[in-house]
Design a protein around this ligand. Structure first.
Ligand code: BG6
Length: 499
């Protein structure tokens, strides 16, 4: 497991100054406590790590245990280890804006083994409204005197270029860049991390990875469910801020970037920033927006449209679906469309990167060849496969569509892939920032999307309605076709591993 390898490289895993972790917010029970438990269970954290929750409510560790237990996947035989995990937990309640609360937190942290010298990792899973005060109070009252201090920041990192820049300026007035870990959990996914190895660890892809051979690149994120009670939060952000500006754009960078000088965090992030700098702000004419409506013939949630959510304003024009076409204006990619597609309440759950290659020049097979595609399926069911032509087996001499297939659950049967959060939190412990978003990346990402976001909000651009459970608006497929993606509909994937 990769995270285990990272832990082995961790220079302070036997450190005398054990770290303590403070965390807060609702994400805590669903993701953060379970992830910390898995890391602790697997022995990936220093044994003396202590976990401290901090929030407004007056909670107990027992209440946290009850709330998070259902997400922790505790196996039989792990009960003692789980008790040990919770014995390392404590909780302090306080007010985010009051300095005295943070002095109390500091006193509590100081009373733990390692005291004022312990390393400290602060995980801020908080509403944006309290970011300012909390980070200031942490900086002024809770920093470790001799150990390291690291801060994990969850999105939203602002809502446009200006607000994001303000937040970045505030954070950088308190912490140095190497103390700030901005999470984009897609960067913790197995196949997203694999993009660099695939590209730069193989000879076969490098020479064709450019505008001479690639017709277009499609980056997709599809979810088969709607906003599921998160409508209130979502309505303020929309799918472009929720998924496209971060998860899909990060994947685009990994597909488009040049080979970094090394695998060091800053060399990698330097290359990603260069890609972003070559992308012009997206214009509305290159975008299709959608909003799902209930399917009267569907079952359960599928009958509920976005506007039926009681927490969503009845006249909301917030998109729950978007397709956008971006161009990377550099020597490698000039003219190649990068198509970003994302949506809620669609027909399937899928996240993938798809490169469609150009037609074979000088065809000798009577136009029976289809374009090659290389697909990196991020989820579900991780896989890499290349769609290709091969001779139809038998007494034929005609080309037929088939694939070279690397399906993970067949090829790596016994490997347990860690959750994205598991890898990323472990990386923070290890001090590796490669899979975290640097402030200049963030600024460029907002530069690309802010004019579009402002325009659709000011003009209240009406999204195209699409039915819950569909492929999204047909206009999106038309846009994709117009810019050069060719969908043949002839390829059928046959599971080659089925006995
Ligand atoms: C989050 C978005 O960042 O990613 C959610 O805010 C989305 O709206 C989620 O559902 C998807 O994550 P995953 O790992 O389930 O693909």
């Amino acid at each position: 497991m990769e995270s285990r390898a990272s832990a082995e490289n961790n220079p302070w895993i036997e450190d005398e100054c054990p770290p303590s972790i403070s965390l807060s917010g609702d994400l805590a029970k669903k993701k953060i406590y379970p992830t910390l438990w898995w890391l602790f269970r697997d022995g990936l954290l220093p044994e003396q790590t202590h976990f401290v929750g901090f929030a407004r409510s007056s909670l107990t560790v027992e209440a946290i245990r009850t709330a998070s237990l259902q997400y922790m996947k505790v196996a039989e035989g792990e009960v003692d280890r789980l008790s040990m995990f919770f014995s390392r937990n404590s909780y302090v309640s306080g007010s985010y804006g009051e300095e005295v609360s943070f002095s109390q937190l500091q006193a509590h942290l100081g009373s733990l083994p390692g005291g004022a010298d312990a390393n400290r990792l602060f995980y801020l899973a908080l509403p944006p409204s309290v970011y300012h005060d909390v980070t200031k109070n942490i900086r002024h009252h809770c920093m470790s005197a001799r150990g390291w201090n690291r801060v994990i920041v969850e999105k939203p990192f602002g809502r446009d270029l200006q607000s994001s820049q303000e937040l970045s300026a505030h954070l950088s007035s308190l912490f140095s860049e190497d103390q700030i870990y901005r999470i984009d959990h897609y960067l913790g996914k197995e196949m997203v991390q694999n993009l660099m190895v695939l590209r730069f660890g193989n000879r076969i892809f490098g020479p064709i990875w450019n505008r001479d051979s690639v017709a277009c690149v499609v980056l997709s994120f599809k979810e088969p469910f709607g906003t599921q009670g998160r409508g209130g939060y979502f309505d303020d952000f929309g799918i472009i801020r929720d998924v496209m500006q971060n998860h899909l754009l990060q994947m685009l960078c990994l597909v488009a970037m040049e080979k970094p000088a090394s695998t060091s965090s800053d060399d990698v992030r330097d290359e990603k920033v260069k890609v972003l700098k070559c992308i012009a702000p997206v214009s509305l004419s290159d975008v299709v927006l959608g909003q799902y409506v209930g399917n009267s013939r569907g079952q359960g949630d599928a009958q509920v449209g976005y506007l039926d959510d009681p927490t969503v304003p009845k006249d909301s024009t917030t998109p729950t679906f978007a397709t956008a076409v971006l161009y990377v204006h550099n020597e490698r990619w000039d003219g190649v469309p990068f198509i970003l597609r994302c949506g809620k309440a669609l027909n399937e759950r899928k996240a993938e990167v798809r490169l469609q290659f150009t037609d074979v020049p000088g065809d000798i097979f009577g136009a029976r060849c289809r374009r090659n595609e290389l697909v990196v399926r991020v989820q579900p069911n991780e896989a890499i496969y290349a769609k290709m032509m091969s001779k139809k087996p038998g007494v034929f001499f005609s080309p037929e569509e088939t694939e070279l297939d690397l399906t993970y659950h067949s090829r790596y049967r016994d490997v347990k892939l860690p959750d994205a959060y598991e890898r990323l939190i472990l990386d923070v412990f290890c001090g590796s920032q490669m899979h975290f978003v640097r402030s200049d990346e963030l600024r460029e990402a907002w530069r690309i999307f802010t004019p579009l976001l402002h325009q659709i909000e000011e003009e209240r651009t009406p999204p195209i309605p699409y039915t819950y459970g569909s492929r999204g608006p047909p206009e999106a497929d038309e846009l994709v076709k117009r810019v050069g993606f060719r969908y043949e509909g002839t390829y059928k994937w046959v599971n080659p591993h089925r006995l």
